[in-house]
Design a protein around this ligand. Structure first.
Ligand SMILES: Nc1ncnc2c1ncn2[C@@H]1O[C@H](COP(=O)(O)OP(=O)(O)OP(=O)(O)O)[C@@H](O)[C@H]1O
Ligand SMILES: Nc1ncnc2c1ncn2[C@@H]1O[C@H](COP(=O)(O)OP(=O)(O)OP(=O)(O)O)[C@@H](O)[C@H]1O
Ligand SMILES: [Mg+2]
Ligand SMILES: [Mg+2]
Lengths: 259, 259
């Protein structure tokens, strides 16, 4: 069914990459075919899923963004350790893309054609984005059908939401009229603090049932797993972190409209 | 003595802004005169110190970066609630700067002249940077004498260090020959986890006594304070978070060479 979902939040360190890895892996374990796209020059997704060594030069998303001849996504997709899960990787050359894209035609729409080609072969395509609202993230918003917003329950992340939703509206108005909100995911939750609870209530008041019932707790296994190049479900499937992302995957599958 | 220090780490959410606010406030409480510069379009520093409302249009760091006529920093400095602490603020217009700077002359050196003018009036100038190695951060690296690297003790942050130090070396080789490392600060430390301890040991092995003895613990007061527009020392001076940044300020003052 080829749902293209950007995982976005310009605030740093709110769990975008951790969500990309673990939600994608959980859906793949649920027998869906899933493609991950790393759009961050820091390539945490590529490294957290154990594929830094596997990346060949000229075989990353950078080529797809900057080349004028269309690229077949199969030329740059990599298999992961999870059956049914593939990755279009990034490496540090993507840093140059933010500057190079400035001078290009249709500079916010360079990723979309690549993923339109891949769409038919996957149930879900997730795009991991950098902590900014620059040209790379704009490409992810133009390429996507919906955006999933991970949000750690603290003040700066809450403050950034207004800017993110206003950018979504501008993209919808000018470049991608069908862009919608997939959902808001509360991450790194520490239920013992009033700050976390206060921010969570504020977010639910504002976004209603777009906020997932599943809340990802703070769990050190989620921070350890990428050091081993594994999603949490392969690293420690019984951890609260792994279980939370499996529950999120179930919640997303349950929300799918009957087709 | 006008020491210009960039607080930098391209990894998101490692405590750059929290360190900028609380270290600057602690040094000001120690009777030093301190200037904070917000170089992040997300303007968390400006908001976390309670000055979002006080920012007038055309009175931010954006004007200093993009104008061709030199600006006097006193035209854009704001007083804060801490005696001896001022701020050059940012607002969302700074998002445009990353694109506009691409086409400008000396595009990495637009901030430096402004701070050279301010230097004589302050003991310390701290620049808070966005989570990227783009043109805004490059301006901070060219304007600074040293960089202070906050580092949360987790895998992705550790992985990013190599890219950051290599960028420092390139800036030193091409644009700012005296750029040096001020220190590495371990942040959001959770001493109960082996991951944190393992990463901390790795960092100390690599950076030796550039790593501060002071380690900032994870403490919810540090996350609550910005929601009240206050540094932690005004919000809850007895909290472990406030005390840690006061200890860091003392450590930095002790390290100063006799003058
Ligand atoms: N639920 C969690 N519990 C514990 N640690 C977590 C959790 N989620 C993420 N982390 C860790 O917190 C840090 C930030 O998460 P992550 O890198 O996924 O955020 P991000 O939004 O992708 O950051 P960036 O903006 O830099 O891309 C990482 O070290 C990650 O391993
Ligand atoms: N020691 C700490 N204990 C608890 N929370 C902290 C601590 N330091 C920072 N925080 C909180 O963690 C989040 C990330 O910190 P902060 O925004 O300072 O990082 P940053 O590196 O400036 O992020 P960005 O890359 O987005 O600019 C914020 O919500 C902040 O309030
Ligand atoms: Mg990330
Ligand atoms: Mg910040």
């Amino acid at each position: 069914m080829g749902r293209i979902i950007s995982i976005a939040n310009q605030k740093g360190g709110v769990g975008k990459t951790t969500t990309a890895i673990n939600l994608a892996a959980s859906l793949a374990m649920g027998e869906r075919s899933v493609l991950l796209v790393d759009l961050d020059p820091q390539s945490n997704l590529t490294s957290g899923i154990g594929l830094t060594e596997a990346v060949a030069s000229k075989r990353t998303v950078y080529e797809a963004l900057t080349s004028d001849t269309p690229l077949d996504p199969r030329e740059i997709e990599l298999d992961t350790q999870v059956t049914g899960l593939r990755l279009i990787p990034a490496d540090r050359h993507l840093t140059g893309a933010e500057v190079e894209l400035v001078g290009m035609l249709a500079r916010e729409s360079r990723l979309r054609p690549l993923l339109q080609q891949a769409k038919s072969r996957y149930d879900y395509i997730f795009i991991d984005t950098p902590p900014s609202l620059g040209l790379l993230t704009l490409n992810a918003l133009v390429a996507a059908e919906t955006i999933l917003i991970p949000l750690n329950c603290e003040y700066f992340a809450l403050e950034g939401l207004a800017e993110l939703t206003s950018t979504m509206q501008r993209v919808r108005a000018t470049l991608n009229p069908t862009l919608d909100l997939e959902g808001v995911l509360l991450t790194m939750a520490d239920t013992r603090t009033r700050l976390g609870q206060g921010v969570a209530e504020e977010v639910r008041r504002h976004f209603g049932d777009k906020v997932y019932d599943t809340v990802i707790p703070r769990n050190v296994r989620l921070a350890e797993a990428p050091g081993h190049g594994l999603p949490a479900i392969l690293y420690d499937v019984r951890s609260r972190g792994a279980e939370a992302y499996l529950a999120l995957a179930r919640e997303i599958l349950d929300r799918e409209a009957p087709r």
